[in-house]
Structure formats: C-alpha cells, structure tokens
Design a binder for this molecule. Structure first.
Ligand code: G4P
Length: 530
C-alpha cells in the first residue's frame, strides 16, 4: 500500500465529554464494533473512578492501566480507526488539551439530561481554537432529558458552534422509540438491546408513508413528521466542508449503554471525518503526504515502577513513514536517535511495530530525552507549533524539607515538568520555586512521586496568584521599571522566558495599562506566533 493510501485509510480522533456523560461506554461500544474487544466492561478499568478522586495513588495506578488504552486502534469498514483516550478527570484537563493537538477530529458526548456542562465548554474552546471538526453524540436517550430542539439551541449557545442534526430522536425515556436517520433516511428502532451489536434498521425514504403510523404509532409518527419538517426549515442542509472546517457540528442521538445509535455514528464518522491532516511548523506547513517522516511528542507517561525510571513518549506521526531502528533528528537536542522498540497500541495489546504512518500514535521508550512538544524529523530543523502551555490555575511555592536532598528534588521536579505534570516558575530575584497546575490533585501526585521516586521531601505553601502571563517587549527601560515595581510577581519559566504572576484580573489589566509596551501573552506559544 502506498503512503497516500495508508494516510487515506486512517481516522484519528478523541472522544471528549464531561465526566459521566458516557465516554467510556461509547468507547467500549465502538471497540466492540471494531472487534477490538469481545465483551463489555473491558475498557472500564481505564476509567478514573469517582470514588477515587481523593485517592491519588489509586488514580496513578489507574493512569498506569490507562497507558495500555491511551490509543485504541481497530479496523472498521476499510478504515484504521485510532481513538485517543482523554482523561475525564478535570484535574487532568491539561493532558486532554494536549491530546487534542494529536487528533484530527473529535466526538463530543453530551448527556441528554445534563446538557452542556462546564468542562465540555472548555474542551470545546480548544477545539474551536484549532478548528477541529466535531461530531456531537447526545447520549442516554433512554432516560428523560431536555427536549431535542432546546438541547440543540443550548449546544449552539454554549459551545459557540452551529449544529446540524443528522439523526432525530423519536421520544425519549420510557417513550423512546428510536431515531430517524436524516442522512440516510432510515428508521432505527430502539429495543433496549444491551449487548448485541446488530441494529434493527428499516429504510424509510418518505415519512408521509402511512406505514410509519403502524411502525411507531400515529402520535409519534405525526410528531416525527412535524419535527423533521421543522429541522429542514431551520437548519441548512448538511455540508461536509463546513463540518471539516470546524464551523458546523453534526448531531446524533442514541444510548451508548444500550448500544443504540452507535453504529450510525460510527458509519457516518467513517464517511465524513477527515483523514490525517497536516500541522503547522515554524517553517511552514507539513502535510501527511510529504515524503519525509516527521512527528511530535504530545504526552509522556512515567513508568510507575520506581526502579525503572524509563518513560513512554507518545508520538503523533504527521508526515512520511516512521521506521524502526532508523535514525531521526530530535530537533531540540540536535541529536540523532533511533528506536529499537517502538510500540503501537491495539486496544489492550501493546506490540512492537516496524513502521507507522501519519495519523498513527506510537510509544517510544525514553530515558529522559523527550519533553512534551518535541519534534522528531528526518534531518530538518523545523519544529511543530501547537502545544502551548496554558496558564495554570493553582499556584504553590515548593519548599524543600530535606536540604541534603536538594539535588534529587531538582532532578525530580525537572523530570515531572518534562512529563507535563505541572509548570515550574522560578521567582526573580529570589529563586523560589512556584509550581502551577490546573488541579489540586497534581500537588499530591508531585509530592508522592518526589518522595517515592527521587527520595526528596517537600511541602507546598499556597500562593494567591490568579494567572501566569508570558511577557515580551522591545522596550528595555519599561521592562526594567516593571521588574523593579513587581519584584514578587516576576518569574522565569523553564525555558527562561519571563512570566508575570498576577494576583487578580484587575491587577493584570492595570499592569497592561501601566506598561503599554509590554505584551502579556496568555499562552506560552508566543515565540511561535511571532
Ligand atoms: P464517562 O466515561 O463519560 O465518565 O461515563 P461512563 O461511560 O462511565 O458512563 C457514566 C454512567 O452513565 C455509567 O453508569 C454508565 O453505565 C451510564 N450510561 C452510559 N451510557 C448510558 C445510556 O445510554 N443510558 C443510561 N441510562 N446510562 C448510561 P454508572 O452507574 O456510573 O456506572 P456502571 O455501574 O453502569 O458501570
């Protein structure tokens, strides 16, 4: 098969949702269709359970398990589907943001009763920023929830994207009879079938056909006719280009638990979703069909066994063909590296691969060479854009509790930061270490891992910063004045970029007004923006 055919065959996507909307259940059903697992329940293990939210070791263990399910690949309908798992737990939102840089499209799961929840809005913001095509699956139609039209309005309003239903529910909860597929014009009747993967689909071109009344009852049939007419009046016909450009999100309705509506979702996904896309670099765009291999690291997972400190770097292949035991260029380190044991992830099996193609995600064993965002390519100097650090939301000062172990502490912190567990800022002057995270849980993870993997003890002292902004300016005098005035708020990040740690949004606005020649960047990606 040629490189272009390999590319065309692949579909790499992520499933995102607010916890409990049904992401795990849907993933499992998709894997059942793909024949990648044989029974329900197999994916559940990878989920961070609600009961474990305060038990971080349990979460770390579960994160360990989830390495195996970080990428789930299977073949379906002539396509190789790569599902990238995203942690549902909000404290790992940063992991999810990074994973979204490695996908080409997204399926967003929404619970029909809860509608759009806060976390979904944030995830969607990242999709919008990147113009990622999104398909929405409204789940739990077997339960009572919001009326379909109201829900569509809510989706448009809160997710700030136009929607276009491609399936339409007939009733819900106890009265849920099935869905009418507006894309293929067929009826799929709901039978509460929990385990099987066959669906009872009836082709039904013309809804005015009186047979509809016999099948779903007159009341439901009339309602469906009326609603479908309304949909066709209100919404523009589905246009694949608007979906691919991230402007319109097609919507499906179903029940993942009952395996209902999932096949339609998957079939339509295979037909409309994008094959692997190119990515921007600091020297222009790289397309999947470019001959030379390139890829970037978007996730690093530590080995949980403290005796083996190797890690797995997850690399998304962007162009060309990756080959085992071939030298590639690690751009940041200007170092040639080859990989004897690259792994692929086919559902629960990890296996060594000889080659991989654009859209694939492979695991590279790493002894500390990789950082999140690193580019690997074939002898060139470009680096991929698009893995910015966002401002953390919680800040703490790190205090070393054992001065004899400061070297270990420094090494541990450096490595944990490479993995993207948190961000480190060194206060200037003073050299105090400020750690910023998006969730409280990371602090527990850091102190546990520092102690158990590096033998270093630490304590965290709360800091009431609200945001970190990366600052740049051409005006050296103004910068000098700013630094003098804000001694307790200026720090350096790990790459020695200047950062302003603002206590409140008001103080940030004031700083922007008082120092007009200084630019305050909301993400760390400013260097590549210029
Ligand atoms: P998540 O990964 O998004 O966090 O959600 P998950 O799939 O674990 O689903 C959350 C809960 O919702 C689960 O129940 C799951 O069984 C249920 N669920 C998923 N899809 C549907 C659906 O279509 N209809 C209904 N009624 N429920 C659904 P749980 O009680 O938390 O777990 P479990 O005991 O069922 O495993």
């Amino acid at each position: 098969m040629s490189n272009a055919e390999e590319v065309e065959k692949r579909r790499t996507f992520g499933i995102i949702s607010h916890p409990d909307a049904g992401k795990t259940t849907l993933t499992e059903k998709l894997l059942l269709f793909g024949g990648a697992i044989q029974s329900a329940g197999a994916v559940k293990n990878s989920k961070i359970k609600k009961s474990a939210t305060s038990d971080f070791m349990e979460i770390e263990k579960q994160r360990g398990i989830s390495v195996a399910t970080s990428v789930m690949a299977f073949n379906y309908s002539g396509k190789q589907i790569n599902i990238l798992d995203t942690p549902g737990h909000k404290d790992f939102a940063e992991d999810t943001f990074r994973t979204l840089t490695a996908v080409d499209s997204v399926i967003l799961v929404v619970d029909v009763a809860s509608g759009v929840e806060a976390q979904t809005e944030r995830l969607m913001e990242v999709c919008r920023m990147r113009k990622t095509p999104v398909i929405i699956f409204v789940n739990k139609m077997d339960r009572d929830g919001k009326e379909a039209f109201d829900l569509l309005d809510e989706l448009e309003d809160k997710l700030k994207i136009k929607v276009r239903p491609l399936a339409w529910p007939i009733g819900m909860g106890d009265r849920f009879k099935g869905v009418y597929n507006l894309f293929d014009n067929n009826l799929n009747l709901f039978q509460g079938n929990k385990t099987g993967i066959s669906a009872d689909v009836v082709p039904f071109e013309n809804l005015n056909n009186p047979e509809l009344d016999d099948i779903i009852g007159q009341e439901a049939a009339d309602e469906l006719r009326e609603e479908v007419e309304m949909i066709n009046g209100v919404y523009d016909p589905f246009d694949r280009e608007s979906y691919l450009s991230g402007d319109v999100a097609p919507v499906f309705f179903g029940s993942a638990m009952n395996n209902f509506g999932v096949k339609e979702l998957l079939d339509t996904f295979c037909r409309i979703s994008p094959s692997p896309r190119g990515r921007d670099t600091d020297q222009g765009r790289i397309e999947p069909n470019d001959a030379k291999f390139s890829g970037f690291v978007f996730k690093i997972h530590a080995n949980l066994d403290p005796k083996h400190r190797d890690r797995i770097a997850f690399l998304r292949i962007v162009s060309g063909k990756f080959e085992r035991n071939t030298f590639y260029n690690h751009v940041r380190l200007s170092k040639k590296m080859k990989f004897p044991n690259p792994t692929s992830f086919m559902a629960q099996d990890k296996s060594i691969i000889d080659e991989a193609y654009p859209g694939d995600v492979i695991g590279l064993y790493d002894s500390g060479n990789f950082k999140i965002g690193d580019t690997l390519n074939q002898g060139e100097s470009f680096v991929f854009k698009g893995i910015p650090s966002f401002s953390p939301e919680i800040f703490m000062e790190l205090e070393n509790l054992d001065p004899m172990k400061s070297k270990q502490l420094d090494k541990g912190i450096r490595q944990l930061m490479d993995e993207g567990v948190a961000q480190l800022f060194i206060q200037q002057p003073g050299s105090r270490k400020i750690i910023g995270t998006v969730g409280q849980l990371q602090f527990e993870v850091i102190s546990y891992r520092l102690e158990h993997e590096y033998g270093a003890k630490c304590r965290f002292l709360p800091k009431n910063y609200f945001k970190a902004c990366w600052i740049t300016t051409e005006n050296a005098d103004m910068l000098e004045r700013f630094r003098k005035a804000k001694t307790s708020n200026v720090a350096l990040d790990r790459e020695d970029n200047l950062v302003f740690l603002a206590e409140t949004s008001f103080l940030l606005t004031m700083a922007e007004q008082d120092y007009p020649d200084i630019t305050f960047h909301r993400t760390s990606e400013f260097k590549l923006e210029e």
